[in-house]
Design a protein around this ligand. Structure first.
Ligand SMILES: [Zn+2]
Ligand SMILES: [Zn+2]
Length: 144
């Protein structure tokens, strides 16, 4: 994702587009399929910005999550991952290789679910669907 576009996203949310914030958002957008952890972000960005601290990453991600431009994924109780893809989708964790996959979900199913529930007293604004299984790559490996 290019820097100008990232700046736009941040400014729209009135987040000051500092170098660190731009870098971290860019990293998440460029690694959308890997759903990185704080450690992964830290290790990879440190090469470009040696002054970066883990605290900065935590604080930046907190700001992003509060502004709903990043989502927290806690499919595994031992690790917290981050996702910039915020449209309706589910996550599948492969129990063999530990990879986390995006799984498409019919958007109508989501909106129907929201509508049904919001008719009652609950006000639902966020949904997480976590699936566990064996990914196609690992399935193909075991077949050989
Ligand atoms: Zn796998
Ligand atoms: Zn995702």
């Amino acid at each position: 994702m290019n820097t100008l576009h990232v700046k736009e996203i941040l400014e729209k949310k009135e987040i000051k587009p500092s170098l660190h914030r731009i870098k971290i958002f860019e990293y998440l957008a460029d690694n959308i399929m890997s759903h990185p952890t704080v450690d992964m972000i830290y290790q990879d960005i440190l090469k470009d910005i040696p002054t970066l601290s883990k605290t900065t990453i935590y604080n930046t991600l907190k700001t992003f999550v509060e502004n709903k431009i990043v989502r927290v994924i806690t499919i595994d109780e031992n690790e917290v991952r981050f996702d910039v893809k915020i449209d309706a989708h589910a996550h599948m964790k492969c129990v063999k290789c530990n990879s986390l996959y995006n799984v498409d979900v019919d958007p109508e199913l989501f909106s129907k679910f929201f509508e049904e529930n919001n008719k009652n007293k609950h006000k639902i604004f966020e949904t997480h669907i976590y699936l566990r299984g064996i990914c196609d790559k690992c399935l193909n490996k075991t077949e050989i």
